[in-house]
Design a protein around this ligand. Structure first.
Ligand code: HEC
Length: 132
């Protein structure tokens, strides 16, 4: 009788262990996390990239984002891997920067940035999508 109990405990432990492992892989950026959208980058002006880089440094974006690693928000390089640098995605991400976002990368919420002008948000999105 007792060995059955031990066996059950062992199986339970193994199941728990596997479930934990699954959770862990969700946190590390994978192709599933990035979900790349096919498409080619469009050329952009160097001036826009410079403007975007400066604006990002002065608007608190680095409170939640890092270039290469995930923090509160997704890494900019992961965002760049998902979306091709095309007008349509630059405009989509500008809207998200202005109005806030959730659900694209998981549960955390990006608050809106109503103080930014649309062309500023667009320069930032262009810069982010250039960080491949
Ligand atoms: C308070 C934390 C926080 C701040 C500040 C913040 N972000 Fe985010 N950002 C997030 C989170 C969390 C996400 C993921 C949202 C989601 O899953 O939809 C995100 C997502 C994004 C995305 C990708 C959106 C998508 O749908 O793929 C872009 C682009 C972005 N942020 C740019 C910026 C820029 C530019 C700034 C500065 C103006 C900024 N963020 C400031 C937390 C933040």
């Amino acid at each position: 009788m007792r060995w059955k109990l031990v066996l059950l405990l062992l199986i339970g432990h193994t199941l728990c262990h596997c479930a934990q492992k699954e959770n862990k892989t969700e946190i590390t950026p994978t192709k599933d996390y990035i979900r790349p959208i096919p498409g080619k980058d469009e050329p952009v002006a160097q001036e826009t990239l410079d403007k975007g880089e400066v604006l990002i440094s002065y608007n608190g974006c680095y409170d939640c984002h890092r270039k290469e690693v995930r923090s509160k928000g997704p890494a900019y390089s992961d965002i760049a891997k998902r979306y091709p640098r095309k007008k349509i995605y630059i405009s989509l991400l500008s809207q998200k920067i202005l109005n806030g976002s959730t659900g694209s990368w998981g549960n955390p919420v990006m608050p809106p940035h109503p103080n930014l002008r649309p062309e500023e948000a667009s320069a930032m999105a262009t810069y982010i999508l250039s960080l491949k």
